[in-house]
Design a protein around this ligand. Structure first.
Ligand code: PEP
Ligand code: MG
Length: 325
C-alpha cells in the first residue's frame, strides 16, 4: 500500500468521472515545505504563522517576517500559499505575549480579536506578508471571523498598510486573494453576506465543531461530544459550500476531519472541492478520491444528510470505508 501511495504523487486528485479536487497542505514550520512537496501537495491552504512566532523570544518585525514568508512562497515556486494571520490565544500561546487570565479563553481574547486590538502587531504582520507577496502566489487569510463588520475593518487596515508600502516605493503583488476562515456558527449563518466581502472561504472544522457543539477541542473529558458527524456540523458545512457556490467563490476545508479518506468523500459530496490537510494524509485521501465518482460521493452525502443521528452516520461511514478499503 505504501508503494501505491508513493506512486500517486504525480497523479491528479481526480474522481473516476473526471472531477478535479485540490489537495493542499497545512504547514507551520519551514521544514514542513519539503514534507508537503514530497506528499504531492498542490500548494498551501493553511500556513499557521503562529509557529515562526513561537520559536522566537520577541515579536519579529515586518522585515524578519517577510523573509520567512518569502521562503515559504519560493519553496512552493508559484503554487498558491495561503498565509493565515496570527491565531494566538485559546490553545496557542506565545511566551513573550502574556495572555490575560480568563475563565473561558476559547471564547475570550484570541485570534483576530487580538489582531484587531493590538493593531500595531497586526499591521506589522500584514506588512510582512505584503512585502513577501511578489515572491509567489500569495493569499492572506483571517481566522475566527464572526461577521462582515470585522471583515470590513480588516480590509480597511490591509488597504492602509498596502498604501503605505506603495508610497515607500516597495513592491507589493496586486493579486493577493483575501479570505476568511469559517469556523464560528455566526460565520456559517452569515456566509451569504461574508461571501460578498471576500475572495474565498476556508472552513476550519477543528474550531467549527468546538463552537457548534460547545465542546472544547482539547478536553478529553468531553471527547465524545466532539463529533464531526453531528448533523449540525455537516449541515453547517453544506450551508457554507452552497453560499460559496452561489457567490462564485472558492471554498477549501482545512480541518483535521478531512484527513480521513472516507470523510473526504463525504465532504466532496457536500460540495467541497478543495482540502488542506496535514501533508502525510494527502496520498491516502488522493487514492480514495481516485477510486470513486462524484456521483457516488454525492450519494454518500445525500444519504448522510437525511440521517438524524451522529452515531448512525458514523456507523454508515464505517460501512462505506470497509467497501472502499
Ligand atoms: C480549524 O480551526 O479547523 C483550523 C484548521 O485551524 P486551527 O486548527 O489552527 O485552529
Ligand atoms: Mg481554528
Amino acid at each position: 500500500k505504501q508503494r501505491v501511495l508513493e506512486g500517486i504523487r504525480e497523479l491528479p486528485a481526480e474522481t473516476t468521472d473526471g472531477e478535479r479536487v485540490s489537495l493542499l497542505a497545512n504547514i507551520g514550520l519551514l521544514s514542513d515545505i519539503r514534507v508537503a512537496l514530497q506528499n504531492g501537495a498542490e500548494g498551501v491552504g493553511l500556513y499557521r504563522t503562529e509557529f515562526p512566532f513561537m520559536t522566537r523570544s520577541a515579536f519579529p518585525g515586518r522585515q524578519e517576517q517577510a523573509e520567512i514568508y518569502k521562503k515559504v512562497l519560493q519553496g512552493f515556486s508559484g503554487l498558491p500559499v495561503t498565509i493565515r494571520t496570527l491565531d494566538i490565544g485559546g490553545d496557542k500561546a506565545l511566551p513573550y505575549f502574556p495572555q490575560p487570565k480568563e475563565d473561558n479563553p476559547f471564547m475570550g481574547w484570541r485570534s483576530i480579536r487580538v489582531s484587531l486590538e493590538r493593531e500595531e502587531i497586526f499591521r506589522e504582520q500584514l506588512a510582512g506578508v505584503l512585502l513577501a507577496s511578489p515572491y509567489g502566489k500569495c493569499n492572506i487569510m483571517f481566522p475566527l471571523v464572526s461577521g462582515v463588520d470585522e471583515v470590513r475593518s480588516i480590509k480597511t487596515i490591509l488597504q492602509e498598510v498596502r498604501d503605505e508600502l506603495v508610497r515607500e516605493g516597495r513592491q507589493v503583488s496586486d493579486e493577493i486573494g483575501v479570505g476568511i476562515m469559517v469556523e464560528l456558527p455566526a460565520a456559517v449563518f452569515c456566509a451569504e453576506f461574508l461571501a460578498k466581502e471576500v475572495d474565498y472561504f476556508s472552513i476550519g472544522t477543528n474550531d467549527l465543531i468546538q463552537y457548534t457543539l460547545a465542546c472544547d477541542r482539547n478536553n478529553q473529558r468531553v471527547k465524545r461530544w466532539y463529533d464531526p458527524y453531528h448533523p449540525a456540523v455537516l449541515r453547517s458545512i453544506r450551508r457554507v459550500a452552497d453560499a460559496a457556490r452561489d457567490a462564485g467563490k472558492p471554498v477549501t476545508l482545512c480541518g483535521e476531519m478531512a484527513a480521513d479518506p472516507v470523510n473526504a468523500l463525504l465532504l466532496m459530496g457536500l460540495g467541497i472541492r478543495s482540502f488542506s490537510l496535514s501533508a502525510p494524509a494527502i496520498p491516502a485521501v488522493k487514492e480514495a478520491i481516485r477510486r470513486v465518482s462524484m456521483e457516488e460521493a454525492k450519494k454518500i452525502a445525500g444519504r448522510v444528510l437525511r440521517m438524524e443521528s451522529g452515531q448512525a452516520i458514523r456507523k454508515y461511514l464505517e460501512g462505506v470505508n470497509a467497501e472502499i478499503a
